[in-house]
Design a protein around this ligand. Structure first.
Ligand code: G3P
Length: 218
């Protein structure tokens, strides 16, 4: 499973890259707006930190505008993946982008038919949002299971990029379902490594070692 970081914050990306754990980055207009910086500058800086797929989202909602932005974004760096919303005009643009070999990430996917359409049109990734279902007391992960089954039935090459992840259990469940990618906030990435029993166990090992260790071994 690939781990992407869902952020446009350079410090978080640099910090996570030090773990050697992130395989890519996803951004979106809300995440970029939080940084208060030029979008292209942020993208260029990310390409210098992470050598992997970096999703950059268009903001046009008409096919010609989406295409214009997509070709512009793709020129920034070979790792740029153009993020396109799951709307009719986005699907018109997707068909052309697929023909032109532009890597795409279809975002704001909330049912399996949307994912099926994007896969049929050659999307590189689909981003089903799980957290926003959980936020309204529904089970977002059910969608991942459906998409995984459909994609397996027809051997689609489109990758399932689980998005809108709120906590480590989303990552576990996505992995159990065979999703290709989990994109997560930095906080969730850090939580993946932690367990209180690990900390307690290590403390006990070190305390016991202190009893027998020679001064040079402390
Ligand atoms: O960036 C796409 C997605 O992961 C954002 O989800 O619900 O945290 O805004 P959300």
């Amino acid at each position: 499973m690939k781990f992407f970081l869902d952020t446009a914050n350079i410090d978080e990306i640099r910090n996570a890259a030090e773990y050697g754990l992130i395989d890519g980055v996803t951004t979106n207009p809300s995440l970029v707006s939080k940084e208060g910086r030029d979008f292209r500058e942020i993208l260029l800086e990310i390409t210098r930190i992470v050598d992997g797929p970096i999703s950059a989202e268009v903001v046009s909602t008409d096919a010609s505008g989406i295409l214009r932005e997509a070709y512009d974004l793709a020129k920034i760096h070979k790792n740029i993946v153009v993020k396109v919303p799951m709307i009719k005009e986005g699907m018109k643009a997707l068909k052309q982008l697929s023909k032109d070999g532009i890597k795409t990430n279809i975002t704001l996917v909330f049912n399996s038919n949307q994912a099926l359409v994007a896969a049929k049109l050659g999307a590189t990734y689909v981003s089903p949002f799980v957290g926003r279902f959980d936020d309204i007391s529904e089970v977002g992960m059910d969608l991942i299971g459906d998409i995984a089954q459909i994609f397996a039935n027809y051997q689609f090459s489109t990758q399932i990029l689980v998005a809108s992840i709120r906590h480590p259990l989303h990552v576990r469940e996505a992995a159990l379902l065979g999703a290709h990618v989990a994109t997560m906030p930095f906080k969730v990435l850090e939580q993946l490594l932690k367990h209180p029993l690990t900390d307690i166990g290590l403390e006990r090992f070190l305390k016991d070692w202190e009893k027998v260790a020679k001064p040079s071994q402390r």
